[in-house]
Design a binder for this molecule. Structure first.
Ligand SMILES: [Zn+2]
Length: 396
């Protein structure tokens, strides 16, 4: 990508390790500045030395132990879906944080292994944030990185998303999807020519047939189905879910299908139920491979569950009391994860059980009788909490 060329042309006097902030931008100023950066190759390239960099090695980001993060104000400019759906305090993971690298650090560590970068976001004061893909790290690369950031480690993304503060989790998700888009669109789908990307990495283009290729999200409907009395909720599980965990029904929207039709079809296909009164509540991005999870609630017209066992391992109605107990248990866990360095090679980090409550979401323990819900920051969990907070069980 263009960074290979840009690295050679930016004079060292422009490399700043500290971005000095003069003022906070208004949201409109912020949006327009970010849009201008995406659309102007020259301006975007000129800003690279002032940027901060999130490093990805393949599908795995570089994290370090949580100290303090300065990104909480960024949540305002990202989708704060959880806060939108519930009045209760949202669990804020503070186990790890993104190991931000400055431009000189990126040059020092990654010059030989740079394979691509994308403009990811911008801080409220206008500092550009980039994600940089360094590919597979050699032993020498790892040594160089270790000398620069002794406490940092390349982390599995499925774990990383749940151990960093929520605003950073959204950045990790966005970065992985954008980098994946570039990896998947190296050639033009119309004429087969090798494509190029703009400086910001916000789109790719074909110089032969003039086609432009933009990244897009895949729409997914996720729905909490309840009965008419709000006395029970339908929760299901797939074989790949952690033992004991049940969640909402979800599926990709077909081409030409509305969100409401998608949700209705998925519930019919997977649980054999017909639903009505589908209401959209909020959404969440999920980077596997780049889904926009659109959260809904719906009311069942029929009650006899008939599972599609080719997709689901289990699924049933849970009483309101059982769901309430599961939400309370999630909150009581507080920080249910702990990270420790593994002694052996391979993945430098592994999840282990914390003293209180274990690590239910990543546990390989046998299934327990109690209902386990998805982690508190997921859209499924927020839908469930929203239902409990905004409805009450009716007698008729
Ligand atoms: Zn083409």
């Amino acid at each position: 990508m263009k960074i290979l060329k840009q690295l050679g042309f930016i004079p060292p006097y422009l490399w700043s390790t500290q971005f000095r902030l003069s003022h906070q931008l208004s949201y409109v100023q912020w949006s327009r500045k970010l849009e201008a950066l995406k659309g102007n190759d020259e301006e975007c390239s000129a800003c690279i030395p002032q940027g901060k960099f999130l490093l990805y090695s393949g599908q795995r980001p570089l994290l370090e132990p949580f100290v303090d993060h300065e990104d909480h104000t960024m949540a305002d400019s990202l989708s704060s879906r959880a806060q939108m759906l519930t009045n209760a305090p949202i669990y804020e993971p503070q186990l790890q944080q993104i190991a931000w690298l400055s431009y000189p650090e990126v040059r020092e560590v990654c010059l030989a292994i740079f394979v691509g970068n994308v403009l990811l976001h911008m801080t409220p004061s206008g500092q550009p944030i980039y994600a940089v893909q360094v590919g597979k790290l050699s032993k020498e690369d790892r040594t160089a990185l270790k000398s620069l950031r002794p406490d940092a480690a390349i982390q599995d993304l499925r774990v990383a998303l749940f151990v960093v503060p929520r605003a950073q989790s959204e950045l990790l998700s966005r970065a992985r999807s954008l980098l994946h888009f570039h990896e998947q669109n190296l050639y033009c789908g119309a004429c087969g020519t090798k494509t190029k990307c703009n400086a910001a990495g916000s789109y790719r283009y074909c110089e032969t047939c003039k086609a432009s290729i933009y990244p897009s999200s895949k729409p997914v409907g996720i729905v909490l189905v309840t009965d008419e009395r709000n006395s029970k909720a339908l929760l299901v599980r797939q074989p790949r879910h952690p033992p004991g965990m049940f969640t909402c029904i979800a599926g990709f929207a077909d081409i030409g299908e509305t969100l409401e039709a998608c949700v209705k079809r998925e519930v019919a296909e997977e649980a054999g139920l017909e639903v009505t009164a589908v209401r959209y509540l909020g959404c969440q991005h999920w980077p596997f491979p780049g889904s926009l999870m659109m959260g809904c609630i719906a009311t069942a017209l029929t009650h006899e569950v008939s599972l599609d066992t080719s997709e689901l391992q289990d699924g049933r109605w849970w009483s309101r009391a059982e769901v309430e107990a599961a939400v309370t248990a999630s909150a009581a866990n507080g920080s249910p994860w702990s990270l420790t360095a593994s002694a052996a090679g391979g993945s430098p980090w592994s999840l282990t059980s914390s003293a209180a409550g274990g690590s239910p979401w990543f546990s390989s323990e046998p299934k327990t009788a109690a209902l386990l819900l998805p982690p508190p920051m997921t859209i499924a969990h927020c839908l469930i909490r929203h239902w409990l907070e905004t409805t009450s069980e009716s007698s008729s």
